[in-house]
Design a protein around this ligand. Structure first.
Ligand SMILES: C[S@@+](CC[C@H](N)C(=O)[O-])C[C@H]1O[C@@H](n2cnc3c(N)ncnc32)[C@H](O)[C@@H]1O
Length: 196
C-alpha cells in the first residue's frame, strides 16, 4: 500500500517541491467563498498546506476556520503570514484522526494527494466530520487515475460511486473558472451530507 507520511510531505515543503501550491487563493474557491452569506459557518480545510484559502476566508470575515495538515512547515508559513489567526484553529495532525464537527469542508488537492486505496475512508471520514446538511465543496481532479502520483486522478463516475453513499451530490461539473494550469482538468463539487 502506498503511504505518504508527514516526513514525505514536510520534506517536499522543505525542498520546495510543491507544484500544487498556487501561491494565492484558487479562483474557483474564491468565487465559492464570495457567495457564502453565513460568516458563522464552521469551516475545515483538510490538507491545507500554505492555505491561501483560509487566509482569504479570514480576511472576508469568517472566523470559525480550522486548518489541518500533517506537515508542520506549511502551518508555520501560514502562522507567519497571519499571526492573528487563532492557534487552536491550526491543527498539526492527521485528518483521519480529527474529532470536531463542521458545516463545510473545503477540498483542494487534498483528496488527490492521498493513496487511492484510502479514498473510501476519506468519504466516510468527511461524512463523520460534517453536521447533517453540511457540505464538502471544492475541486476534484478529472484525469485518468494511474499508479503515478500524487496527484492521483479520478473521474466523475468514480466520485459518484464513492460519495453517493452518505452524500447528495448537488454539483459535480467541469470547473469553468479553473486556474490556467488546471483548465479542463477539474470538477467543481458540492456534496451535501445526507441526514442520518
Ligand atoms: C498536494 S498538498 C495540497 C495542499 C493545499 N491543499 C494546497 O492546495 O496548496 C497535500 C497536503 O495534504 C497534507 N496531508 C497529507 N496527508 C494528510 C493527512 N492524513 N492529514 C492531514 N494532512 C495531510 C500534506 O502535508 C500536504 O500539505
Amino acid at each position: 500500500m502506498l503511504t505518504f507520511n508527514a516526513d514525505y510531505w514536510n520534506q517536499r515543503y522543505k525542498t520546495d517541491e510543491t507544484g500544487w501550491d498556487l501561491g494565492h487563493v484558487s479562483q474557483p474557491i474564491k468565487a465559492y467563498i464570495d457567495q457564502l452569506d453565513n460568516k458563522d459557518l464552521n469551516i475545515l480545510i483538510p490538507g491545507a498546506g500554505n492555505s491561501y484559502e483560509a487566509e482569504y476566508l479570514w480576511h472576508s470575515g469568517f472566523e470559525n476556520i480550522y486548518i489541518i495538515d500533517i506537515a508542520p512547515v506549511p502551518l508555520i508559513n501560514f502562522k507567519n503570514r497571519l499571526p492573528e489567526f487563532p492557534d487552536n484553529q491550526i491543527i498539526l495532525g492527521n485528518f483521519f484522526e480529527l474529532n470536531i464537527t463542521f458545516d463545510l469542508i473545503i477540498e483542494q488537492t487534498f483528496f488527490c494527494a492521498l493513496a487511492p486505496s484510502i479514498r473510501k475512508t476519506y468519504a466516510t471520514k468527511s461524512a463523520e466530520l460534517l453536521h447533517n446538511g453540511g457540505k464538502i465543496a471544492g475541486l476534484l481532479f478529472d484525469f485518468p487515475l494511474t499508479e503515478k502520483g500524487p496527484p492521483f486522478g479520478g473521474s466523475l463516475s468514480e466520485y459518484q460511486n464513492l460519495f453517493n453513499i452518505g452524500f447528495n451530490l448537488k454539483t459535480m461539473e467541469r470547473c469553468y473558472n479553473s486556474e490556467p494550469s488546471r483548465e479542463n482538468k477539474e470538477l467543481f463539487i458540492i456534496f451535501e451530507k445526507r441526514k442520518v
